[in-house]
Design a protein. Structure first.
Length: 325
């Protein structure tokens, strides 16, 4: 089935103009003709758009993310907003703080306000989408998946973990530890699995003491790094599975008087600008903005009437090596 973006491309107008035509808003006669001709050629049927008008649902979508202070989610949100604006939709940004209760409250609000759809990075694997599902509103999971049958877009997290760990082994490090997010989250487990795979293949075996779970924030990374440095045989390098934990790990190394020039650090993510230092940190850059635009595109296609089977889009990260490692 054709999408609103394909109609817009054929008509030579923006997706927002296509939306305005089929929502009965003011558009020039020439643009109306172009849009309707393109829709006819592509057999585009805005059935859900019409149904949304009858239900009086809004042209507003909700974005639920765990931490607005994390630059990764800021970039992701920008990607969602850019695509939503192109299609004539407004965005409501909700910060859940990885709290399932806040997340549920926001989902209930999205349902009660009859928002057109939801994009969310779930706070837990037990996310409750019942309120939204009862209204047949489309949902797209981004960065993290849900047990509900919804569209999803995520990173190849296992490959990212492999890339970060491999870079440290290639640089000559051997006792490579891992600072990971809370256990049980699919994203965390996949990145840890990548670390395990490389350590098992190229090291002396996986030392479970070298795996530290923490919250995704700076204080979690600092505490985990401090624990690793206190081991009888501490590691000589560490993989952190998100950017803010890497900042905390670097702080702990500095407090212990250890130079990152002699202790390897790799991060799945991109260090915030304020944390950048001459330290040779391996960064596995995540396409956060592209993640957001892809999720928004999928959601808007569902809102516009797309009935194809549910799908999961997987994006790849990119390794960035420092000049001297």
């Amino acid at each position: 089935m054709a999408t609103i973006y394909e109609v817009a491309a054929l008509a030579g107008v923006s997706p927002a103009t296509v939306s305005r035509v089929f929502n009965g808003l003011t558009v020039s006669e020439e643009k109306q003709r172009l849009v309707r001709d393109a829709a006819a050629k592509l057999a585009f049927t805005p059935n859900k758009t019409a149904r949304r008008l009858r239900k009086k649902s809004s042209e507003i979508i909700a974005l639920l993310i765990p931490d607005i202070e994390n630059p990764f989610y800021t970039a992701l949100a920008r990607g969602v907003e850019d695509r939503a604006q192109e299609a004539g939709f407004s965005l409501v940004l909700c910060n859940t703080d990885d709290d399932p209760r806040k997340e549920l409250r926001y989902l209930q609000i999205a349902a009660s306000e009859e928002m057109a759809g939801v994009i969310l990075s779930p706070a837990s694997d037990e996310v409750d989408l019942g309120a939204i599902a009862s209204l047949s509103r489309p949902v797209v999971a981004v960065d993290r998946t849900t047990p509900y049958p919804v569209d999803a877009v995520k990173i190849d997290n296992r490959a990212a973990g492999i890339a970060a760990t491999t870079a440290l082994f290639d640089a000559g490090y051997r006792r490579i530890a891992c600072i990971a997010g809370p256990a049980g989250i699919e994203m965390t487990e996949d990145r840890v699995l990548g670390w395990r795979q490389v350590v098992a293949a190229r090291g002396t075996g996986v030392d479970e003491g070298h795996l530290q779970h923490a919250n995704f924030r700076v204080d979690g990374g600092r505490a985990a790094m401090t624990s690793l440095l206190g081991l009888g045989t501490p590691p000589d390098a560490v993989v952190t599975t998100n950017n803010l934990m890497a900042v905390g790990a670097l702080q702990a190394l500095a407090e212990a008087g250890i130079s990152p020039q002699t202790f390897g650090v790799a991060v799945v993510g991109e260090l915030p600008i304020m944390a950048l230092a001459p330290a040779p940190v391996v960064q596995v850059r995540l396409p956060a903005r592209h993640l957001g635009t892809t999720a928004a595109t999928m959601l808007l296609e569902r809102i516009g009437g797309d009935t194809q089977p549910l799908r999961t889009v997987v994006l790849r990260a990119e390794v960035s090596l420092p000049a001297a490692l």
